[in-house]
Design a protein around this ligand. Structure first.
Ligand code: HMG
Ligand code: MG
Length: 302
């Protein structure tokens, strides 16, 4: 089994979408460019969603128009419907993401659709993307718990993942949106989904609210998952998942992987510099333990 692990950096999207303060386009662009320069091959760059629902992502078109694209790097964006897809196409992306959920209540709160309605909405997006040669990633939220419903049956996670994969998504990102799951549950969930979707097409998307994300990733690695979503400096949260903290910090994931014999191609020191830089911009401390450990002197000055 491969020792290479793909990192999908979601900081500029999942990380920033929850920020209350307005973040200017120049800062978003600088963040995305630094992350690509640090060797990350996939940097989620924004979301073509309603600005009434998520104001912070409103300038995603400007962001795509401004970033300097590094060769071999993909800059996916979220596209909940055809309107979003058309915006993304105008921004010349090679990958988009549709996002569904394993919980009915979360689906309704996040995208104003039942699970079944959401899958119907994704169909034309996936069809258009096929025609255009654009890859589509499929997110499934609430795979280990829902902020409104609590426990989520594994059957739901399996059903939605399978549906998205069969519709044509090349990868299914399994989101512990509120970061409640622990390793045993993560392992069981991956095993269950891998009985319907090839494990090589799965990605783990763990938020770190309860400090379980790294062990969840390790459990998923042991099950054969080789792609993980993470966010520099542990930025993030979902506006429709109250109380959820950020994604697991990219620096912490890279540190754990590299010291466990996996290769990511990322430059940890460069990521730490970006983590400190973006934290200063946002007026907060980095949520990454690795960054805090390596830059204790800097942190004391903040
Ligand atoms: P709706 O209200 O049902 O849609 O929202 P609508 O078609 O009735 O349109 C309502 C308004 O939105 C209209 O404008 C549309 O033009 C506009 P108005 O006439 O009121 O001025 N609109 C759009 N504007 C820009 N771009 C679009 C778009 N579509 C409609 N694409 C909708 C449905 C899906 C649009 C809305 O619910 C929405 O935007 N939701 C997005 C929520 C979101 O972005 N959540 C965060 C991302 S998901 C996440 O973080 C989880 C993840 O990280 C994984 C995990 O952790 O689990 C991925
Ligand atoms: Mg998320």
């Amino acid at each position: 089994m491969s020792n290479h692990v793909n990192i999908v950096e979601v900081g500029p999207r999942d990380g920033l979408q929850n920020e209350k303060q307005t973040i200017d386009v120049a800062t978003k662009v600088a963040l995305i460019e630094q992350l690509a320069d640090a060797g990350l091959k996939t940097v989620e760059a924004g979301a073509f969603v309603s600005p009434k629902w998520v104001p912070q992502m409103a300038a995603s078109d400007d962001v795509l128009a401004t970033i300097k694209r590094a060769p071999g790097v993909s800059y996916p964006v979220l596209t909940p419907n055809m309107r979003g897809y058309e915006g993304a196409r105008a921004g010349k992306v090679d990958t988009v993401a549709v996002f569904g959920a394993a919980s009915e209540s979360f689906s309704k709160k996040n995208i104003n659709a039942s699970i079944a309605e959401s899958l119907e909405r994704f169909k034309p997006v996936i069809e258009a993307a096929k025609t255009d040669g654009v890859r589509v990633r499929g997110y499934v939220s609430c795979v280990l718990g829902c902020p409104y419903e609590g426990k989520v049956p594994l059957d739901n996670v399996m059903r939605v993942s399978k549906a998205l994969f069969e519709m044509g998504c090349y990868e299914i990102s399994l989101g512990d949106t509120i970061g409640v799951g622990a390793a045993g549950e993560a392992r069981a969930m991956i095993r269950a989904v891998a009985s319907e979707v090839p494990v090589t097409a799965l990605s783990g998307h763990f938020h770190d609210t309860y400090g379980q994300a790294l062990t969840n990733i390790f459990a998923a690695l042991e099950e054969g998952v080789r792609t993980f979503d993470s966010s520099v400096s542990g930025l993030g949260g979902c506006p429709y998942a109250p109380g959820a903290s950020g994604n697991v910090a990219t620096e912490d994931v890279i540190y754990m992987l590299e010291r466990s014999g996996f290769d990511t191609g990322a430059d940890l020191n460069a990521l730490i510099r970006t983590s400190v830089w973006v934290s200063e911009k946002l007026g907060r401390h980095p949520a990454s333990k690795v960054t805090n450990a390596k830059t204790a002197a800097t942190i004391q000055k903040m």
